[in-house]
Design a protein around this ligand. Structure first.
Ligand SMILES: O=C(O)C1=C[C@@H](OP(=O)(O)O)[C@@H](O)[C@H](O)C1
Ligand SMILES: C=C(OP(=O)(O)O)C(=O)O
Length: 414
């Protein structure tokens, strides 16, 4: 299927959406469970996301000298640390885009600990060749926090296995902090004790053993964000959705979508089984810092553009090194809705503003091999006909996305 065409419906919806499981929680659970020597049967509700299925496949294929992670960032970063500490000889590679995503900060940290790693092409980027591990005898490690938190999560998960544990000093600002907290919380569920001083950026983990334990993965709050958009963009006041499996007290930072969407016109009510989303009044201008929840920036930018809400975004620096340069991709595609994403302060402050076009030629949205481009723009189909190119990209995190969209929107695929 090279594109999907979505058509607005003429009435409201009241539906229940069975959300996918979190790929972030799944990929941590898989690494931690493997380090604990646990049985796979201990893990329930693992994500159907390709990133997680790739992790499962690669962990089961220990003897293969090559690990191809495709486009999965967490799989690349977590497995590089996992194979390093387990002394594997392994080539780590992925898609062309994965080979443009930085990994030097993690490689430097692993080398300091004792890993032997070489770059096959460009310094600081995959593919990598891992050639075993000889403990360097140092428990103090400094690591930058401003490029990707996944480097820190990767190091943290292997740290209990280091002969003296680790005293990790995060330097600079820390982006995506809730993902580091998620890592520590999941490690704690497998018996790991850590002391953390966020005011100093210090995480201390003594050497200790993981204790195998059962772990059930929650529904995905990042995937939930697109259903929030559906409610925000529905022109009918009585539209509502119930999202199943979301927890009130989630490990996922993207649960912040509850707070972000309130001023954008969506009220969240916990039902015991998940969340009920209903419509409420929206503001006309909003500022939001996405440092803790970068994966929500596309969702929110599109909602703002489609509702003619002026949105000021900060904390979006990391968007340039994700599945695509998400700032550039948004700039190109928001134009097709009548909006601009203007860089107000270089690399710091961006503003979405414009005038949403209900008529004129059908916007044809390119997706740049990025699942979140496809899912962020799909809800616009509630307001006007729209075409999304390469809709299969959603498989990275949410393979059943279009089946769920069918509950709300008519579509034709080509
Ligand atoms: O650790 C994780 O599971 C993730 C961390 C974030 O990446 P960065 O830390 O690179 O911002 C996020 O964007 C990604 O989708 C998943
Ligand atoms: C950035 C993402 O994933 P990753 O970095 O793990 O490829 C994402 O899912 O939006």
């Amino acid at each position: 299927m090279s594109h999907i065409r979505l058509f607005p419906r003429l009435n409201s919806f009241q539906e229940t959406i069975p959300l996918p499981s979190s790929k972030s929680e799944s990929n941590r659970a898989l690494i931690i469970n493997a380090l604990a020597g646990g049985d796979m049967a201990n893990l329930s509700n693992l994500a159907e996301a390709r990133d997680t299925q790739t992790m499962i496949r690669l962990l089961a294929d220990a003897g293969n000298p090559v690990a191809d992670v495709l486009d999965a960032g967490t799989t690349m970063r977590f497995l590089t640390a996992f194979y390093s500490i387990t002394g594997a000889t392994k080539k780590m590679t992925g898609t062309a885009r994965m080979c443009e995503r930085p990994i030097g900060i993690l490689v430097d940290a692993l080398r300091t600990l004792g890993a032997s790693i070489t770059y096959e092409n460009k310094e600081g980027y995959p593919p990598l060749q891992l050639n075993g591990f000889q403990y360097a005898g140092k428990r103090e490690l400094a690591i930058r926090g401003d490029v990707s938190s996944q480097f820190i999560s990767a190091i943290l998960m292997i740290s209990p296995l280091l002969p003296e544990g680790i005293a990790l000093q995060i330097t600079g600002s820390l982006g995506s902090k809730p993902y580091v907290e998620m890592t520590l919380a999941q490690m704690a569920q497998f018996g790991i004790k850590a002391s953390v001083d966020w005011s100093k950026g210090l995480i201390d983990i003594p050497a200790q053993k993981y204790i195998a334990a059962p772990f059930a993965v929650e529904s995905d709050w990042s995937g939930a964000s697109y259903w929030y958009s559906m409610v925000a963009l529905s022109p009918f006041e009585d539209s509502s959705l119930e999202l199943l499996g979301l927890k009130e007290d989630s490990l996922q930072g993207d649960a912040a979508i509850r707070d972000i969407m309130l001023p954008l016109g969506v009220k969240s009510t916990y039902t015991g089984k998940g969340y009920l989303l209903t419509k409420c009044e929206a503001v006309s201008e909003l500022s939001w810092d996405f440092t803790d929840c970068p994966d929500l920036a596309q969702t929110i930018s599109v909602v703002a553009a489609a509702k003619n809400i002026v949105l000021h975004l900060t904390g979006v620096e990391s968007l340039k090194v994700k599945e695509t340069d998400r700032v550039l991709a948004l700039q190109n595609e928001l134009k097709k809705l009548g909006s601009t994403l203007a860089e107000i302060k270089p690399n710091e402050l961006y503003t979405v503003s414009g005038s949403f076009g209900h008529s004129g030629s059908t916007p044809e949205i390119e997706t740049y091999d990025d699942h979140r481009m496809a899912m962020a723009f799909a809800p616009v189909g509630l307001l006007r006909e729209i075409v999304i190119h390469e809709p299969g990209v959603v498989a990275k995190s949410y393979p059943s996305f279009w089946n769920h969209v069918d509950l709300l929107l008519s579509s034709s695929a080509n």
